[in-house]
Design a protein around this ligand. Structure first.
Ligand SMILES: [Zn+2]
Length: 476
């Protein structure tokens, strides 16, 4: 069989991999939006280096758009097969894809209205419509974690907990070909141990090949405190001592729920003032938060213990979810101390940019960046620490404190990925007379991160390591 790397190879976004069996059967793993392509509209026409109609089966690791965001385009261009994922992933992906279609439509309309007539043909059209999302959702087939799903006599698929996001899975594909059995493990995006809400990820028992994310290769998360202590520090310092606003840019799915739950814990312990207002300004967070409650069986023990004692994880006195623009506009004129959580994490998107813009010249406010910020995003520029910053075509003085925390990171750091690979290697050794993984493919990272991982693995004598290029193919 052949394994092809069609996305997130030597970069982070656009996850997409293909397994082609000898009889021509094609399995696509993830079909994510490639943000680098998004910035280079000329290449948008070539989203797929294959005919979507020839794909037999799609496996989706999790809902994040850089893993799921091109599914509607795949369906629009002729893919008719099943898309296997967990039930929580199916629900979250549906919300995220409709949101993505909506954003693309509005961006396109806005760009049209702002451009000269003669240049309108150059504006990239939306990659897909809401109608394509509806079709895509109809092709979802949900699977349970840790229960093998038999596709046919020769192919069996097992999803296991990845610990990254609600419903996120690592996927094992077991193929029988020429009387030989081959097991391939795709890590998908992994999580950290003991993260908020989500259970710890599991390891593959005995795969022959491992394709693993390496987002934070060579980097260590600087986490010295518990999430509660970290958040308490910022709330106390900003909202209580300085009576300012704590603005937290956060993705609507995953990060927002972790932060709201942590604030809930602090409120219930009486560590932050009962009257302190917390605003979640994100319509997508309103839709996706109940998915966490519907799939509470996926949550960790800490969350279950809290639910038994206090009921809801995501509701407490002083917390308000804002849906429409009227409420958003009212918040822009709210002058009391408050915590504002708004999307998205890299400080891209309208609502969060307005909150940052509104508070950046207030020396009593803090902008707390709680996740990875890609180069070129407003979050990245804020972290450069410059005295002025351009937001929405206006130069602003930076008087607010700009802080960052890794405490809510949903990816493992270097040491944690090393542990993950070493454990997977050892698991195979224990079932294959001391023989470890046949090959390890490092993906979902920039070249610096991938090379750091490869070097560190060589130091512990794990040497069958590849850093595949985009478009490269391997015969397994
Ligand atoms: Zn992810």
């Amino acid at each position: 069989m052949k394994l092809s790397f069609l996305g997130a190879a030597q970069q982070v976004t656009g996850s997409m991999y293909m397994i082609t069996l000898e009889d021509g059967y094609k399995i696509l793993v993830d079909c994510g939006m490639d943000y680098e392509l998004k910035r280079n509209p000329v290449e948008r026409a070539q989203l797929f280096p294959f005919e979507p109609v020839t794909v037999d089966l799609v496996l989706l690791t999790h809902a994040h758009i850089d893993h799921s965001g091109n599914l509607p385009a795949l369906v629009q261009h002729g893919f008719k097969g099943k898309i296997l994922c967990t039930a929580a992933t199916a629900e979250l992906t549906e919300y995220l894809l409709y949101d993505s279609a909506n954003i693309q439509f509005h961006d396109y309309r806005k760009a049209l209205s702002q451009s000269k007539k003669t240049r309108r043909d150059l504006i990239p059209k939306p990659l897909f419509s809401e109608k394509n999302v509806t079709q895509t959702v109809e092709q979802f087939v949900t699977v349970q974690l840790s229960k093998p799903f038999k596709v046919n006599q020769n192919i069996s698929i097992t999803f296991i907990e990845a610990g990254h996001l609600l419903g996120a899975a690592s996927i094992e594909i077991c193929v029988k070909e020429n009387e030989k059995e081959t097991r391939i493990g795709f890590s998908g995006d992994l999580g950290r141990k003991n993260s908020k809400l989500i259970k710890n990820g599991e390891h593959f028992n005995s795969v022959d090949y491992l394709i693993t994310e390496s987002t934070y290769g060579g980097r260590k998360h600087t986490v010295t405190k518990e999430a509660e202590d970290e958040l308490l520090y910022y709330v106390q310092r900003t909202c209580v001592d300085l009576r300012g606003k704590l603005v937290i840019p956060a993705f609507s799915v995953g990060r927002t729920q972790a932060i709201v739950f942590t604030l809930n814990q602090l409120k219930k312990k009486g560590l932050i003032p009962a009257e302190l207002k917390v605003f979640v300004d994100s319509p997508l967070a309103i839709k996706s938060t109940p998915v966490y409650e519907r799939h509470a069986y996926l949550l960790n023990e800490e969350a279950h213990t809290f639910m038994k004692e206090h009921g809801s994880l995501f509701n407490f006195e002083g917390l308000e979810y804002l849906e429409d623009m009227k409420e958003h506009d009212e918040l822009m004129n709210y002058f009391e101390p408050a915590v504002i959580i708004s999307a998205a994490g890299m400080v891209e998107g309208g609502r969060i940019q307005e909150h940052v813009s509104n508070n950046i010249e207030n020396m009593n406010s803090t902008i707390l960046i709680a996740g990875f910020c890609a180069e070129g995003t407003l979050g990245y520029r804020l972290l450069l620490g410059q005295p002025t910053i351009r937001i929405k075509n206006k130069d602003r003085n930076v008087y607010a404190k700009i802080a960052r925390t890794d405490i809510f990171s949903s990816h493992p750091d270097h040491d944690e990925i090393m542990d993950y690979i070493a454990t997977t290697d050892n698991n195979r050794k224990s079932t294959h007379k001391g023989e470890g993984l046949k090959k390890i493919f490092l993906i979902h990272g920039e070249p610096v991160q991938l090379n750091a991982m490869k070097k560190a693995l060589a130091e512990v004598h794990i040497t069958h390591v590849e850093i595949p290029e985009m478009g490269s193919e391997y015969i397994l």
